[in-house]
Design a protein around this ligand. Structure first.
Ligand SMILES: *Cc1c(COP(=O)(O)O)cnc(C)c1O
Length: 231
């Protein structure tokens, strides 16, 4: 590394660079400045790394495991009450209570059992996190999410059957395919379901996601560096 590279590789430089790339993608797509929210994915990274980004002004964070978020975020929230925490990983129904207590947005509702468990905990706790339905756009057997052809009906069941505050859709395209067609499919399904939020795009493809209407991009390694262990 040169000295210049070293100087640029700080949390504030990385955050500014990602912010500039999002802003540029918004302009190219003729979308309003600020249309896209950056969710900083802090899974596997220690609290000090999160603190560093908070110090640079970042307030929206994503974690993929309830237990890890529970270990890191209550203290951070106490110090910074304006943090917004998103669950972007799979949710088990026996963790629904903790998830409703901890998260402001849950991106991964994908089956009736989870919808029922969330409805129960929302009713009990009075906390009402915003919810997104995860769609398995590539219909990959190992991946979570509702099949695309069932997505609109599932959203309707969540809203009408369980009175859940569903506001958007989320997807993780197959690793070995161009993401554009998957983002386009998610955008189309959200339109059909009448949902305003689209959570799509990660470190390697968030600019493409912005082009297809993402309102939330989930960026981890491009902000925090390579993960110390697989998530
Ligand atoms: C880890 C993760 C991300 C961030 O991935 P990067 O490639 O590190 O940006 C985004 N979304 C989900 C669901 C994840 O699990």
């Amino acid at each position: 590394m040169t000295e210049a590279d070293d100087r640029d590789d700080t949390p504030s430089a990385r955050l500014a660079a990602i912010g500039a790339r999002i802003a540029r993608a918004e302009r190219i797509a003729h979308r309003p400045a600020g249309a896209v929210t950056l969710v900083a994915v802090s899974k596997t990274f220690p609290t000090e790394d999160v603190e560093a980004l908070i110090g640079c002004g970042q307030r929206v964070f994503g974690e993929n495991r309830v237990q890890e978020a529970k270990a890191k975020f209550p203290a951070l929230r106490e110090a910074h009450p304006d943090l917004e925490l998103h669950l972007i990983g799979p949710l088990q129904s026996n963790k629904a209570r903790e998830a409703v207590a901890l998260f402001d947005v849950i991106h991964t509702v994908d089956r009736e059992k989870i919808a029922a468990a969330l409805a129960e905990e929302i009713a009990k706790s009075g906390r009402r996190p915003r919810l997104l339905v995860q769609v398995n756009t590539g219909e990959e057997p190992q991946k979570a999410g509702v099949p695309p052809r069932e997505a609109v009906a599932f959203v309707a069941r969540c809203r009408d059957g369980f009175a859940l505050p569903v506001v958007g859709l989320m997807c993780i395209p197959p690793a070995d395919e161009p993401p554009g067609p998957h983002f386009a499919l998610l955008q189309k399904l959200a339109g059909e379901a009448g949902l305003p939020l689209l959570s799509m795009g990660m470190s390697s493809d968030f600019e493409t996601a912005v082009e297809f209407g993402a309102t939330h991009v989930r960026v981890g390694s491009a902000l925090f560096g390579a993960r110390p262990y697989p998530a």
